[in-house]
Ligand binder design. Sequence first.
Ligand SMILES: [Zn+2]
Length: 110
Amino acid sequence: MHATPGSAVEREILRPLWKVHILHHAGESAIVGNWMLEELREHGYRVSPGTLYPMLARMTRTGWLQKNKSGRYRLTAAGRRALAEVRARLAELQIEVFRPRPKAAKPPRP
Ligand SMILES: [Zn+2]
């Protein structure tokens, strides 16, 4: 599924979700920026290095990621806590947003 490039949905909602992918994957094993770029593109996000690398740098400054000498990013303890919090929120949101709506009560028979 592709959002309209440059749309408000992409900018305001989808782009911040990249960080969830990044936290998730960095928690599985150390990642390099290029791999993350490809991974996000496979999910259908339009990602450029000019957006991804500053995001990785910001997440490192925030303390969620640690960059090692070979340029790989891995999740820190703070990143793990952030991911756990986001997971809980997403699970709750998912239940609410995808829950089938209760059917309207049938009108009483005449
Ligand atoms: Zn992913």
